[in-house]
Design a protein around this ligand. Structure first.
Ligand code: SG4
Ligand code: ZN
Length: 264
């Protein structure tokens, strides 16, 4: 549905021509560093329903830019997982919309944010919408519209069994604009680090066009693990002309913004 955009250097460079906000002053991703962040004793991020099995149907899509898992809110029986706390306004709840990944074709790159000069092999984004807004389009038009949780993946020797419910479906969405309905149980808690106490938080944007500056970012400092073999599953996907991968945006200027870190 969105107009074409590419991740090659010369392509990213011209995002602002078609998508004006991509040239804004509150863009993401950024380089995070402990020493340049403001250490605060912020409230914890409260994550409700992260231990529950997500209601079906759940779809997994190769949209040419990423692999995106989407939940459908059609049931009156379930409440989707939601979050509050941290630097979010009081009484505001943000409900799960979906998640997706950014990864490298080599292990030494792939994450969008960089933490203390470390670029990880992959970064997962879990998107949440302020329930005050009824859909993504509406939320994307308000500065308090969306919260994205960022989780880093670091390549290690052994498989991370917890992510297999997603990985096993990747071969069925090798081609661009293909989608599979998951027949596995998906539990958000399986994908996030055990330690969620330490996080970085700042105000930024979507990292893809239209780059709306309506995101509160919360990035956990503890990475989760993934094996080299598991990473190759992501690298076998196609974006239509090439391997899908290296789908991370270059670092943006922090400018006058403040980055906060909890519990360092
Ligand atoms: C990826 O391209 C996802 O596939 C998109 O999700 C997502 O857009 C986009 O990244 C930007 O999100 O957290 N990186 S980000 O800022 O979720 C949205 C879908 O297209 C709006 C479902
Ligand atoms: Zn993302």
């Amino acid at each position: 549905s969105t107009a074409y955009f590419g991740y090659k250097k010369r392509q990213q460079h011209i995002w602002p021509r078609k998508f004006k906000e991509c040239g804004g002053k509150m863009q993401s991703p950024i380089a995070l560093s402990t020493s340049k962040s403001i250490a605060l004793s912020l409230p914890a991020l409260e994550m409700i329903g992260f231990h529950d099995v997500l209601p079906h149907p759940i779809t997994l899509t190769n949209n040419g830019h990423s692999v995106a898992l989407n939940v459908v809110k059609n049931s009156t029986h379930h409440r989707l997982p939601y979050i509050f706390g941290a630097i979010l306004n009081e009484n505001q709840q943000y409900e799960l919309e979906g998640l997706h990944f950014h990864w490298g074709n080599k292990n030494n790159r792939g994450s969008e944010h960089v933490l203390n000069d470390m670029r990880y092999s992959m970064e997962m984004h879990i998107i949440h919408r302020n329930i005050a807004y009824s859909n993504m389009a509406d939320a994307s038009a308000h500065e308090d519209g969306l919260v994205v949780l960022g989780i880093f993946f670091q390549v290690q020797e052994s498989d991370n069994e917890m992510i297999n419910p997603i990985l096993k479906h990747l071969p069925s969405i090798q081609w661009i604009n293909t989608e599979v309905i998951l027949n596995t149980s998906v539990i958000l808690n399986s994908f996030i680090p055990k330690n969620t106490e330490t996080y970085y938080t700042y105000r930024g944007s979507l990292t893809t066009p239209p780059c709306s500056e309506t995101i509160t970012w919360v990035i956990f400092s503890t990475p989760v693990s993934i094996s080299f073999k598991q990473m190759t599953r992501f690298r076998m996907l196609s974006n239509g002309e090439d391997k899908l991968g290296d789908n991370y945006r270059k670092l943006q200027n922090i400018g006058k913004r403040k980055v906060y870190v909890r519990n360092v």
